[in-house]
Design a binder for this molecule. Structure first.
Ligand code: GAL
Length: 746
């Protein structure tokens, strides 16, 4: 039977190309996912990840019954085929086992598999990869300039896969007519056909109960399983993303040879000629952000927890209903979480403004095929991006990408992101990057805005407040325009998080400060604009966009005061005086669900050179009742050093990580963006602190990461800043097997 074994542990790494028999002394021990280089959080020099490295793993193998398997020795029975499944290696690699060359893979974003059945030997085996992380012009996205970094290493998971010689290669689950009469069709492809095979498929709900099953003989290498109507199937939606599993078994002589389970959801997603996007027959205005997979320090090598957290941030902290995986295939962990929480995804092929020669295009087409075959069972994915982001027209190439996408998945529409009007429209949806700081309507329909803002307004978390407000209000303006125009399906802003980039872009320190959050995923004020667009029944949002100073703005004062909130009214109290109650600016942003509050008339309370200056107190109201409040101190002196981790537990697998946020705040806990202080950390316990220590803080807040070792135990981190009380945070590292148990219980 099929078995997956996580193969992330006990690797060796050398930052150079070594012979296959190189001595162990030349390597360091590592766990995957692994970046070939750790960087500072800015000033990343892309030259530093561009080299060929050697990854090596020595492991023991025996052919014996599974029952005798141990943690140290991998086993298989006589008949299993054995594959290595790589989720992503940047940018190209060659794979060797026991001194024999097995294969080469180019392209850093797509998964690939290598069969090792006949090269495995009893006893010790040595797996070696030469990983080429140079920005090779022959491999997408390279060949011209690229506004993001690719980094290097075996930066995603590796699994060992054992399967029967006759097995299921893949399944394609399609849900049809879900609103009226839900049906399910599954296309199954086998690696090999022989007479006498049959398939059994079972639909299992989230509680583990079987809700339908089907059996049939197999006549060819591909087979279609069609379920009768499933009237009780719950739909997958943004609000209730109900997931099912389809367990498909391949049977011969009454014995299962292979079983493959995939999650799916009953849902119907369509961009329609009227300009709207419809999910399960209901029009939904798409409001989202682009995501790069870049993290500080570790580049793209983020483990599952951090990948999943990004989806949570987009959905719960930024209230997005869609994300675009700009500009490549992203981690399966990120997409798993999108499926689980109901975050729609526009997934696109690799590249940036440039299309290379035939060989380059062939890599791109192969990645497109892998992307669709990897992800077409995911309910979250509603559109395939089949054009290299912002490339020129190329009817031949894009004719081929489109046809391929439609062949592999007739149920989803395609888009092709361009940044100009009037281009050849070969896809189903006109996906368009609009940097006009307004909204340009193409003649082609349906139409989705796939980028805006971005480099038009780079904004740092420590910028002065007018700039932070300007960025937030540009996002407000574009969403207001798109929501007010029925011909537009939605808009996806540039972008969620600041990211590291090449020298031709960014702010000189190789960072594009285009995010509504910084690279640590900490909010700029634009993040609160997004957050405040959700219903207060989900979360009440109240955030004043002010440093509350007499003189940070041109001319001083705080007039007008901008506040992001999803409440109906806000009361402003300065010192002990209530200035009044105010309503959202529906006159300026009539189409936003929750426009910002833009409150004038505050000159009397906070003006340049005025002698009295008091704390700001905001109270927000729903149906006349106070529901939340915020205080901001007029005394902007640092009062506290705050420190917290996102997770209280990590698993002792040598790779799990959580963010450690630190900030210097006023007495009410508001970060002080101009508190430029050096923060020093000490860690006690079995874990690593990833990041700069000491950290020269600007912007009032930043983050490091804590990475587990293989030992369970308590980890304590202490942080110190001159002139403020030291503070500490703690977390537990628990054994990977206990962790697995907990996960199942949940
Ligand atoms: C777009 C591009 C993005 C990013 C953005 C910055 O042209 O598609 O990748 O560079 O500009 O605003």
């Amino acid at each position: 039977m099929r078995k997956y074994i996580l193969f992330n542990d006990n690797w060796q790494f050398a930052a150079q190309k070594l012979n296959l028999d190189a001595s162990d002394d030349l390597f360091e021990s590592i766990t995957l996912p692994h970046p070939n280089k750790i960087f500072p959080h800015h000033n990343v020099d892309n030259e530093e990840y561009q080299f060929i490295s050697t990854y090596r793993k020595k492991f023991f193998w025996r052919k014996q019954p599974e029952s005798e398997a141990s943690a140290k020795i991998y086993t298989s029975d006589d008949s299993s085929l054995v594959f290595l499944d790589f989720d992503g290696v940047m940018l190209a690699c060659t794979v060797y086992l026991n001194g024999r060359f097995l294969s080469e893979h180019v392209g850093g974003y797509a998964p690939f598999s290598v069969e090792i059945t006949n090269t495995l030997q009893e006893g010790e085996n040595i797996l070696t990869l030469h990983v080429d992380s140079r920005e090779r012009k022959d491999v997408p996205p390279y060949g011209h300039l690229v506004d993001y970094l690719t980094f290097g290493g075996i930066y995603r998971d590796v699994h060992l896969r054992l399967v029967n010689p006759i097995h299921i290669e893949n399944t394609f689950i399609q849900t049809l007519d879900v609103v009226e009469n839900p049906r399910l069709v599954c296309d199954v492809r086998l690696n090999h056909f022989k007479r006498g095979l049959s398939l059994e498929a079972i639909v299992i709900d989230a509680m583990g109960s079987e809700i339908a099953s089907i059996q049939r003989q197999v006549e060819h290498q591909t087979a279609r399983l069609e379920f009768e109507a499933l009237p009780d199937a719950a739909l997958w939606s943004i609000e209730r993303p109900t997931l099912y599993s389809l367990k498909v078994s391949l049977i011969y002589n009454n014995k299962p040879l292979d079983t493959l389970s995939s999650r799916f959801g009953f849902r119907q997603a369509e961009f329609c000629p009227d300009g709207g996007f419809y999910l399960n027959g209901e029009r939904i205005n798409l409001l989202g952000l682009n995501r790069h997979q870049t993290y500080p320090y570790i580049g793209a090598a983020a483990p599952a927890r951090l990948q999943r957290q990004d989806a949570d941030i987009l959905k719960y902290e930024l209230a997005c209903n869609i994300v675009r995986t700009s500009h490549y295939l992203q981690s399966p962990h990120f997409l798993d979480r999108c499926d689980e929480i109901g975050l729609l995804v526009f997934e696109e092929i690799t590249g940036w403004q440039h299309v290379g020669d035939e060989k380059w295009q062939a890599i791109c087409l192969a990645e497109l095929e892998t992307m669709i075959e990897r992800d077409r069972n995911r309910p979250s994915i509603v559109l395939w991006g089949v054009r290299v982001n912002e490339s020129g027209d190329n009817d031949d190439f894009y004719g081929r990408t489109n046809t391929l996408a439609h062949q592999l998945d007739p149920t989803r529409q395609t888009g092709g992101v361009r940044d100009f009007l009037g281009s050849s429209f070969l896809e189903d949806v006109y996906t368009h990057n609009d940097f006009s700081n307004g909204v340009r309507i193409p003649t082609e329909q349906p139409h989705l805005i796939t980028e805006f803002a971005g480099h038009m307004l780079p904004t740092k978390i420590w910028d002065h407040e007018e700039r932070l407000i300007e960025q937030a209000l540009l996002h407000a303006k574009i969403h207001n325009l798109q929501l007010g125009d029925e011909k537009i399906a939605g808009a996806i802003g540039w972008c969620a998080f600041d990211y590291a980039t090449h020298i031709e872009f960014g702010s000189g320190d190789r960072i594009c400060y285009h995010g509504v959050m910084d690279i640590f995923r900490l909010p700029k004020w634009a993040a609160y604009l997004y957050q405040s667009q959700q219903s207060p029944s989900k979360k009440i949002v109240l955030h004043a966009a002010t440093h509350w100073t007499m003189g940070d703005r041109n001319g001083g004062g705080n007039n007008p005061l901008t506040v992001f909130s999803n409440c109906e009214e806000i009361e402003i109290i300065i010192g002990k005086i209530s200035v009044g109650k105010f309503q959202p600016a529906f006159d300026i942003y009539p189409h936003l669900d929750h426009p910002p509050f833009i409150i004038g008339g505050l000159d009397a309370y906070s003006a340049w050179g005025q002698s009295e200056f008091y704390d700001l107190h905001l109270i927000s109201y729903l149906q006349g009742k106070p529901v939340s409040e915020q205080w901001i101190s007029s005394n902007r002196l640092p009062k506290r050093l705050e420190l917290f981790t996102d997770s209280g537990q990590l698993q002792a697998d040598g790779a799990d990580m959580t963010r450690l946020v630190f900030r210097i705040t006023d007495k009410f806990g508001n970060p002080l963006p101009y508190a430029t202080k050096v923060v020093t950390f000490e860690l006690e316990g079995d874990a690593d602190l990833i990041g700069e220590n000491p950290f020269p803080l600007i912007g009032g807040q930043a983050a490091l990461y804590i990475k587990a070792h293989h030992q369970p135990g308590t980890v304590i981190i202490r942080a110190h800043v001159p002139g403020l009380p030291s503070t500490s945070a703690a977390l537990e590292i628990i054994s990977a097997s206990d962790f697995e148990g907990q996960r199942q219980e949940r």
